[in-house]
Design a protein around this ligand. Structure first.
Ligand code: SPV
Ligand code: MG
Length: 436
């Protein structure tokens, strides 16, 4: 209606307000009554770094800025659900979202606005060096051990299913840190990193038999930590001798690792996916529970997690054995249970998780769906699973690509034929910035 105050919608995911935001709000307020959609913590972590301030803090700050009339939560990176709910006359945004990941969010917003006669108003984005430095400082804060360590527990509180992808070097760490996709109205990133014994050993050309010692594992973790901010879950193999494990718990905590997962095997450890085709011995439940208790006593902070991995299904010891061990390990203080299987179907995993959840509603459950990889995270979530680990996929995809490249050069006595498989020289030169 003529003369009626228009409504203007803006979305905010930032926890660092600067003059660029204030200027945009000032311009938006001239157009009408401004509704600020503040992205929930879950929506923020779906596409960028973990917020330093939680939703309530960010909503309170934004709600108090001059020119903002109302604050509402925005549950997804996509504007569409809120546009349908509030039907604003306009959306105001900086023109920076015309490129990159946000491009699809913009297109979707435009389509939705056009469907009911709304319009998009864009102002030049203030790309000041100082703003970039602020963002970098926020990232630096997230990589500080005390801040990074507790993030896995926070994510478990925030999301139904937390995903972890394996990383075995600074470079693969960067892939896990930065890869983002936008699909059907939602952005998605991995939540955490799994430092796999298999991949860490393989990358060093060694077998996965606890031969790569803790000093070397710590070196890998440090390489990853230097260039990333996401929480780290360490594959701690058997945890070694209890007398050594307690020292390692403190070291990992001090470094800012969020969780260690130890498996209930003893003697020479072989990779679980060998199953019973090689000799592997399961530890006595009492002995393994004592190792967990010792680790829990040794830890200094509240937020570090020791997760017990049960190998009963791998070693064909039966469901009852697995469930009894789960009870014993939780009673010993385990902060989570990982149940592993090498079957092609998820049946035994679901049977275990359903039975476990019937008696324990809260202890986080962790799975590694390598052999039963047809299952989706959503399906696993419906069986009470909280952490899904993609345990070896970057090394398994990287290796064949490198091998093929080596073969082609040998075949052709030159490198022209591999060019189409390689990233450009410009890309590799600029992939890692010179400065931090
Ligand atoms: C690893 O990634 O090293 C694991 C998981 O322990 S698995 O290889 O499936 O045993
Ligand atoms: Mg392992």
């Amino acid at each position: 209606m003529e003369g009626q105050v228009k409504t203007v919608y803006m979305a905010f995911s930032t926890d660092v307000i600067h003059s660029g935001h204030l200027r945009l709000i000032e311009l938006a307020a001239k157009l009408g009554r401004v509704i600020a959609g503040v992205l929930t913590d879950e929506a923020v972590v779906s596409y960028k770094r973990y917020p330093l301030l939680d939703y309530a803090e960010r909503a309170a700050i934004i709600g108090n800025i001059k020119g903002i009339s109302e604050v509402v939560p925005q549950d997804t990176l996509s504007y569409v659900p809120n546009l349908r709910k509030y039907r604003p006359d306009m959306v105001v945004h900086g023109d920076d979202w015309q490129q990159g990941l946000q491009q699809s969010v913009r297109e979707e917003t435009l389509r939705e606005l056009q469907s009911y006669g709304g319009s998009l108003v864009e102002y030049p984005y203030a790309d000041r060096e100082a703003y970039k430095l602020l963002e970098e400082a926020s990232r630096d804060r997230l990589s500080i051990p005390d801040i990074r360590r507790g993030r896995l527990k926070k994510l478990l509180g925030l999301k139904d299913v937390v995903t972890a992808m394996e990383a075995h070097s600074g470079l693969t760490g960067l892939i896990v840190e930065k890869t983002t996709v936008y699909h059907e109205g939602a952005a998605k990133q991995f939540d955490a990193m799994w430092v796999s014994s298999l991949c860490d050993s393989t990358d060093k050309g060694k077998p996965d038999i606890e031969l790569v010692d803790m000093s070397s594992r710590l070196r890998t973790i440090d390489d990853i930590m230097e260039v990333t901010t996401k929480p780290i879950i360490l594959d701690g193999d058997t945890g070694g001798l209890t007398e050594h494990f307690v020292y390692n718990v403190r070291t990992l905590e001090r470094l800012g690792v969020s969780a260690v997962i130890i498996e209930d095997k003893k003697g020479l450890k072989k990779n679980s996916l060998f199953g019973t085709s090689v000799k592997q011995t399961q530890d006595e439940p009492e002995h393994f529970a004592a190792k967990i208790r010792a680790g829990k006593r040794a830890q200094k902070t509240q937020d570090f997690m020791i997760i017990a991995r049960i190998e009963s299904l791998i070693l064909e010891k039966g469901m009852e054995d697995a469930l009894a061990r789960a009870r014993a390990y939780v009673a010993a203080g385990a902060d989570g249970i990982m149940i592993h299987s090498r079957r092609k179907e998820p049946t035994e995993i679901y049977e275990f998780c359903d039975a476990f959840r019937a008696e324990d509603k809260t202890t986080p459950l962790v799975v590694v769906p390598t052999s039963y990889n047809q299952v989706t995270e959503e399906e696993l979530g419906r069986h009470g699973i909280n952490i899904v680990i993609y345990a070896n996929h970057l090394i398994r995809s990287g290796f064949p690509a490198m091998q093929k490249t080596a073969e082609l050069i040998l075949e052709h006595h030159r490198s022209l034929e591999v060019d189409k498989m390689c990233m450009s020289i410009k890309e590799i030169l600029t992939l890692i910035p010179d400065e931090i």
